[in-house]
Design a protein around this ligand. Sequence first.
Ligand SMILES: Nc1ncnc2c1ncn2[C@@H]1O[C@H](COP(=O)(O)OP(=O)(O)O)[C@@H](O)[C@H]1O
Ligand SMILES: [Mg+2]
Length: 390
Amino acid sequence: MRGFPSGAVTFLFSDIEGSTRLVKALRERYPQVLAEHRRLVRAAIAGQGGHEVDTQGDAFFVAFAGAKQAVLCALEIQRALAGYEWPAGAPVRVRIGIHTGNAIPDEGVYTGLAVHRAARICAVARGGQVLVSQATQTIIEDEEEEEPGFTLLDLGERKLKDLDRPVRPFQLAAPGLDTRAPPAGQRAGGPARDMPAAPRGAEPGAFAAAATRALPRDIASFTGRQAGLAQLIGTLAAAAVGGEVAGLCAIDGMAGIGKTALAVHAAHQLACDFPHGQFFLPLHAHTAGQQPVNPTDALASLLLTAHVAAPQIPPGLEARAGRWRDLVAGKKVLLVLDDAATHEQVQPLLPGTAGSLVLVTSRRRLTALADAAVVSLDILPRRTADQDPA
Ligand SMILES: Nc1ncnc2c1ncn2[C@@H]1O[C@H](COP(=O)(O)OP(=O)(O)O)[C@@H](O)[C@H]1O
Ligand SMILES: [Mg+2]
């Protein structure tokens, strides 16, 4: 068919995450929501010169002559969907997969392995996420553009079902992408995958009302730190989600090197994987005029942030630690402990069960923290090195 690119074609697949739940939640309003979603996706496709090959239900299959156009289209789609006011409790979140390979359209139909690969990559993405194959990433990297407006984070090699050889997906990272906490009002029972169900037997107030979302603002100008980010996002989060104990990562480096920035940036990227709450607790190892927070007080802060009413917070370290562990037991919680002084300060705050991830930042390498993955930060090559330490 005329207009369809051939040769090195970049394929984009998208589909709505949890669409069955969405249909059930919205009932007769679903067709309208689907139509709105299609309108937003098509506007992004048109904006980047994409060719819509096929649309089925809530899925799109698009071909692009250029790899960067496909990635920019994905970015536009995610931003448009994230910024749209969906009916309460029914946000539309799409997963997107992109891959470049040789293909020739035959009467508007592409067949072959490249199409298959692109579809598989889409299938493993989560809602709000864009995964790009290494083939596409290499093309974009070779274009060597200074400020493409996005970053592709290496998630490491993985074997995908139905594919002959492993793929190495890269995650698209850019301001406004997959970092937004779902707006209030999307509660348990709603279709959004990333909203927690109210735990059975939980007392009112504790987690039941809404998951804590207490991460500080990410920096829009975040740059570099590819290796550290890839380790945090790819390996550690996967290990935490599928592991047998809570994941633990200690980020160390000198003052002002970017520990807090990295931990907060990674935490925003990971928020969806830890739907029962995202906590940020400054431990003030090096805050002028302030003593490091003692663990008993730190636990009180965490419990308060998790909506436990003050009178229900027990006195004493052991009782508070027990209460905290009980609260997060079996949950998927992300905890950033910023500027820790010692491992003794951190230890009582750690969840006791698998499924959660703790990111600790410290000027010291906390070697006594058992099983912690260590990310040691060096000075960034340029640009960020001249900024003021926080
Ligand atoms: N990767 C980065 N990209 C852009 N700015 C950064 C980055 N890392 C750190 N910064 C900036 O550098 C300053 C110091 O970073 P910060 O994370 O507070 O350092 P630390 O926690 O190691 O003391 C902050 O103003 C922060 O916004
Ligand atoms: Mg800091």
